[in-house]
Design a protein around this ligand. Structure first.
Ligand code: SF4
Ligand code: SF4
Length: 366
C-alpha cells in the first residue's frame, strides 16, 4: 500500500499488522544456553538490528531472554506471568533446551523457571510451555536440544527428555495456525536462527506468506541441502583424495565426516560473518542438526559405514579422472601459440599473412 510522503517521495512500505510484539525465550530446557550465546554473533540480521528497529517493516520487538536480559528476578519474570494471563499479546515463544519428562522426576523436578507464589515451588519448564504455547502466535525451537532432544536425549539418559514437537505433538499449531518451527544446530547457526525469527516476525506482521517447512519442521531454504553439497572439500572427494590425518586440505570423510548424508548449510554460510563452517575449516561433520543426533552418528571419530563404500567407489573413478584432469590442466596452463611478437599473424585470421608487408592501410581480407 503506497502512501504519499509529501514532495520528497513515497513510502512504499506496507505498515505491519501489529505495532509491537514480544519474544519470550525460555532457556530452562535441558541445555547449555549455547543457542542464546550463538545468536549474539548473528549479522543477517543481528539481534541488535531487530530489537532496535533497524529492519524496515517490522513491528517494535521486545526480547525477553534470561541470558541476554538486563532485568533479573521479578522484573524479568513479570513478562512471563503477563503472557500466561493473556496480557501480553502477541508474543513469539522461543524454546531452548530439550523438554524433560516430568512424569519421570518423582518428587523432584528436572527443569524450572521462577517460583509459584502460592506453593513456593519451582514452576517447571513443562508448565511454562503448557501455559504459554496455546497463547503464542508462533513457537520456535532453537537448537538441536529443543528441536529433537539432542545430547540430553541420548540413550541411557534418566530424564526421558525430548524435542518440543515430541512434547506438544508434531501436528501442533499455534493460535495463528503456524506449526512449530524447528531450527536445529548444536548450537544453532546464528544467522539461521535470526533469519527464521525475522521471517516469522514478518509473517506475524502480515508481510510474508506461510513459512515453508519440511517434514521435520525445518525451514526448507536453510536445510534443503547436504553439508557435502556446500563443502569446500567436495572437489577432493569427487577426485578420490582423502585425508588420513588432520591438517590436510583434502576430504575428511575417512576421519569421520558425515557431511554427505547431513542436512545443514553451515559450510555454505560459514559460522560468523561467513567465516568457518565445520569441514571447510577441518572439523568433521558430526550431524549436529539431525533428528538422529547424537546416537546415530557415534562413535564420532570413526569413518561412517556408508563412507567406506562410497569413498572406495569414488577412489577408482577419481584416480582415472584426476590423471586426465592433470593432462588437460597442463595444456590449459600454456598460452595459445599465436600470441607472439613477430611479423606474421598466426591466429587463423587471414592465415599466413605477413602483416609487415601490408601497405594498403587495410587489414588483410578486408
Ligand atoms: S569433508 Fe565431509 S562434507 Fe566435505 S567433501 Fe568430505 S565428506 Fe563431504
Ligand atoms: S556441518 Fe555438521 S557438525 Fe557442523 S553445524 Fe552442520 S551438521 Fe553440525
Amino acid at each position: 500500500m503506497a502512501q504519499m510522503m509529501g514532495s520528497h517521495g513515497t513510502m512504499s512500505e506496507r505498515p505491519p499488522d501489529v505495532k509491537e510484539i514480544d519474544i519470550l525465550w525460555i532457556t530452562a530446557g535441558l541445555g547449555c544456553d549455547g543457542d542464546s550465546v550463538s545468536i549474539t554473533a548473528a549479522t543477517q540480521p543481528s539481534i541488535e538490528d531487530v530489537v532496535m528497529g533497524a529492519i524496515p517493516g517490522l513491528p517494535k520487538v521486545n526480547l525477553h531472554n534470561p541470558v541476554l536480559a538486563y532485568e533479573v528476578g521479578d522484573d524479568f519474570m513479570k513478562y512471563w506471568y503477563q503472557a500466561a494471563e493473556g496480557k501480553l499479546d502477541p508474543f513469539v515463544l522461543v524454546v531452548e533446551g530439550s523438554i524433560p519428562n516430568e512424569h519421570l522426576s518423582g518428587e523432584g523436578y528436572w527443569a524450572a523457571l521462577g517460583t509459584n507464589d502460592l506453593t513456593g515451588q519451582p514452576i517447571t519448564t513443562c508448565e511454562w510451555i503448557d501455559r504459554l504455547a496455546p497463547k503464542a502466535v508462533a513457537v520456535v525451537a532453537a537448537g538441536t536440544c529443543a528441536t529433537y532432544g539432542g545430547i540430553h536425549a541420548m540413550a541411557g539418559n534418566p530424564t526421558g527428555c525430548m524435542g518440543l514437537a515430541d512434547y506438544l505433538g508434531w501436528g501442533w499449531k499455534s493460535k495463528a495456525g503456524l506449526p512449530i518451527v524447528n531450527v536445529p544446530g548444536c548450537p544453532v547457526q546464528p544467522d539461521n536462527f535470526m533469519e527464521t525469527l525475522l521471517y516469522l516476525l514478518y509473517q506475524v506482521a502480515g508481510l510474508a506468506p506461510m513459512i515453508p517447512l519440511d517434514d521435520q519442521l525445518r525451514p526448507t531454504w536453510l536445510f534443503g541441502k547436504t553439508v557435502h553439497e556446500g563443502c569446500d572439500r567436495a572437489g577432493y572427494y569427487e577426485q578420490g583424495e582423502f585425508a588420513t590425518e588432520y591438517g590436510s586440505p583434502k576430504c575428511i570423510v575417512k576421519l569421520g565426516c558425515w557431511g554427505p548424508v547431513v542436512q545443514c548449510n553451515v559450510p555454505k554460510r560459514g559460522w560468523m560473518a561467513g567465516i568457518g563452517g565445520c569441514p571447510n575449516v577441518g572439523g568433521i561433520c558430526i550431524g549436529c542438526t539431525m533428528p538422529g543426533f547424537p546416537d546415530k552418528f557415534m562413535p564420532f571419530m570413526d569413518e561412517p559405514p556408508g563412507g567406506k563404500f562410497s569413498s572406495t567407489a569414488v577412489s577408482a573413478y577419481g584416480t582415472v579422472i584426476r590423471s586426465l584432469r592433470k593432462f588437460t590442466n597442463a595444456t590449459l596452463n600454456k598460452e595459445p601459440k599465436w600470441r607472439h611478437n613477430g611479423p606474421t599473424l598466426t591466429t587463423g585470421y587471414g592465415e599466413g599473412v605477413n602483416m609487415g608487408t601490408s601497405t594498403s592501410g587495410k587489414l588483410p581480407n578486408s
